[in-house]
Design a protein around this ligand. Structure first.
Ligand code: FMN
Length: 161
């Protein structure tokens, strides 16, 4: 599996989080063409794998522990909340096996359905929802997730050792 640290779009100023630690947290994420989730994950500065944009493209095989970041794309009745690209990725047993937890992205305008995809994935895969953020997240969200994920990662790695 190849991991990448997504870069900021050309011409945008951001604090460079530096190169990711090779044994630090790994994030797998989906982000549509609006790229809100992509922008958030970029700010974390950790190892990251982006799922393919097109449902027809083969999803990656992730054979090491990771945290999934998934936006919600629901219908008004809540169905279809988990993007099909994420469903396809999680349909592979090896990918489900290494999933440690899920972070939800969404928009609070959707009320009770805010970050519904994360809740659905967590229930289906029996993992915790670690955090929820709106759109591309705030600086506080970035700090919370960076700190929280370091801690969560350390605990998970200790349990596995
Ligand atoms: C058609 C559509 C349906 C959506 N449904 C939900 C929803 O049910 N709950 C929610 O929290 N956000 C919902 N959103 C908001 C997206 O999850 C949000 O914009 C997210 O930041 C998109 O991430 P991305 O730009 O990385 O794809 C929806 C957005 C669209 C366009």
């Amino acid at each position: 599996m190849s991991t990448t640290t997504p870069g900021a779009p050309a011409g945008t100023a951001r604090q460079d989080p530096g190169p990711p630690e090779q044994d630090g947290p790994l994030v797998v994420y989906f982000s549509s063409v609006s790229e809100n989730t992509h922008r958030f994950v970029t700010k974390l500065g950790c190892r990251a794998v982006r799922l393919p944009l097109h449902t027809g493209d083969e999803p990656p095989v992730v054979d090491e522990p990771y945290v999934l970041v998934a936006p919600t794309y629901g219908r008004p009745n809540g169905s279809g909340a988990v993007p099909p690209q994420v469903v396809r990725f999680l349909n592979r047993e090896v990918n489900r096996r290494h999933l440690l937890g899920v972070i939800g992205a969404g928009n609070t305008n959707f009320g009770d359905h805010f970050c519904l995809a994360a809740d659905k994935i967590a229930a289906k895969c029996d993992v915790p929802v670690l955090y929820r953020f709106e759109l591309m997240g705030t600086e506080e969200d970035v700090r919370n997730v960076t700190r929280g994920m370091e801690q969560f990662w350390r605990q998970c790695m200790q349990l596995r050792a």
